[in-house]
Design a protein around this ligand. Sequence first.
Ligand code: C5P
Length: 286
Amino acid sequence: MLDARCSILVTCKANQDGYLSDDSQDWKLPPLLRFAKPLDLLRKKQRGKQNGGGWLLFRMAQVVITIDGPAGSGKSTAARLLAKRLGASFLDTGAMYRAVTLAAMEAGVDMNDEKQLMEVLDKRKFGFRSEGDVMPAFIDGKDVTEKIRSPQVTANARYIASRPGLRERLVRMQRDFASNQKIIVTEGRDQGTVAFADADVKFFLTADLKERARRRHIELKEKGISEDINKIEGDIRSRDESDEKRKVGPLKAASDAIVIDTTKLNIEQVVGKLLKIVKQRCLKKG
Ligand code: C5P
């Protein structure tokens, strides 16, 4: 049974006897929910035997899984793959900081002036969609998914990330986003410590700085961008410092997070570990 933190309602097609059956894939339920048993059968409505059963309305738990960690620790890819395997939604909170950064850069405001940055946040309309394991980002309806990945945006995101007022608003945005999902895998720097401090399962991924720089180097190369690996290492080090030292929502593992060093692991091994732990933690025996 899922460990219920809060309940949501799910409608499912039932078999002829009105109970869950092994062919539950037909219901298009996310895989994690398929393991679950109804916590509380609220309503059973028979629709006649000719279509093989009726509908069950029952309570299911909402599940929040957080993955925090520094740049290049593999958390983004791992979070996407984990979400896919669980049939969960995926939230890339870095994309939110990046979108606000891009909007501020476009407005040409002083990046050190919180009031001006807040005005940008108020004036522009930010949108993030959950599409399986991807999360397209929009500003005033325009798709900026690619644009927010530019090196300039990466370098300037620290100004948005270090402002308490902006962080508060973005954390609210993250909680709103999560409240509409049945199961969510959310990744960032402060997900297990601030945004979802009561999450069901918390992970913190780390890796050696050199290995993280090597991964980023390959990633850029695959995109046709050639950058000196020492420069990449320096940029990551400076981003780590800024993320760890800020007063609000700093990068750190929650006291109840499971810390995984990914230096010597490939992505399949990382996701395998996460998946195993999620199943152990979220599914009670019996
Ligand atoms: O994860 P990503 O590299 O896309 O994040 C961009 C920047 O946004 C990070 O360097 C960090 O400063 C900030 N961020 C944050 N809190 C989060 C997610 C990202 O401060 N939850």
